[in-house]
Design a protein around this ligand. Structure first.
Ligand code: PAF
Length: 291
């Protein structure tokens, strides 16, 4: 096997075998390991994940893999931003130990036939609007967790449904990793940092923070006792009035089971989640309902 490519102090490996060799050495030294799964196009949100990974473990592995199976036929797989050199420099500057950047055939060899579905949790919210998406996420995350066997794996709260799905997957399959959620990093005007923000025109970028503003108002109304369905409906109208083309959903759900909330009960943590289209870009966001 060839020795790993390096970018500064960071090692870059492309095969599961090379990844496991590194991990074996670290484990022999008694080091703990945190995994940060990403699709590259790294930004401030990922920086927060890497920082959290450093706090959680001795060694930090960042995986960079644009996973084809989680993109629908009409989604942006081909257009998704890819710049591995930049991602490697980003990981290196933030002190990550290893970047795992497999190719598609390393992750999905010819004849690959296995898919993981987390029932229930994937059926609401983004599920109906992105058929097959969460099966693709669950399958690739299960593979990454099996390949790396980390003590901790770190995910952003921005993709809150994904975080809940991954927690359940790790529990159900006894994958052993603690799943750590990290709060969403935002621009000064409230827009959640996302790789897809790069698709927004200047006009759309001005409108985009209306999504977060509507969610914050809605969460405050629900915390104050307003019925959640009515508050979410008002948010939908507000997001459309701001200039979004359409709203897939605005929902208030319990954080663990993603069950719809009618009236908020402070004993059961809840969040307001939304997805809406601005021009051709689909944005998602969520905020907690703070009692
Ligand atoms: O959140 C992401 O970037 C992706 O969905 C993940 C978790 C890396 C799986 O491809």
């Amino acid at each position: 096997m060839s020795s790993p490519a390096t970018a500064g102090g960071l090692a870059v490996v492309r095969t599961v075998a090379a990844l496991r060799l590194r991990l074996r050495d670290w484990r022999a030294d008694g080091d703990t390991v945190a995994l940060v799964p990403t699709m590259g196009a790294l930004h401030a949100g990922h920086a927060a994940l890497i920082e959290a990974a450093h706090r959680a473990a001795d060694r930090v592995v960042v995986s960079v893999f644009v996973n084809p199976t989680q993109f629908g036929a009409n989604e942006d797989f081909a257009a998704y931003p890819r710049d591995e050199g930049r991602d490697a420099a980003f990981c290196d500057e933030r002190g990550a130990d290893l970047m795992f950047a497999p190719g598609v055939t390393e992750m999905y060899p010819d004849g690959f036939a296995t898919s993981i579905r987390v029932a229930g949790l994937t059926e609401g919210l983004c599920g109906p609007f992105r058929p097959g998406h969460f099966d693709g996420v669950a399958t690739v995350v299960a593979k990454l967790l099996i390949q790396t066997a980390p003590d901790t794996a770190v995910f952003g709260e921005k993709d809150f449904q994904q975080l809940v799905v991954v927690r359940r997957l790790a529990r159900d399959l006894d994958l052993g990793a603690a799943i750590l959620g990290v709060p969403t990093v935002r621009e000064a005007d409230g827009l959640a940092v996302s790789s897809r923000n790069a698709y927004l025109s200047a006009d759309e970028r001005r409108i985009a923070p209306a999504l977060n503003a509507a969610l914050r108002t809605t969460a405050a109304r629900i915390a104050g006792g307003a019925p959640a369905p009515e508050a979410c409906d008002a948010a939908r109208q507000r997001i459309l009035a701001a200039g979004f083309a359409s709203v897939d959903y605005v929902s208030c759900v319990e954080e663990e089971a993603l069950a719809p909330v009618t009236v908020f009960d402070a004993a059961r943590p809840a969040r307001v989640l939304a997805a809406a289209r601005l021009g051709r870009t689909r944005l998602i966001d969520n905020v907690p309902v703070n009692p």
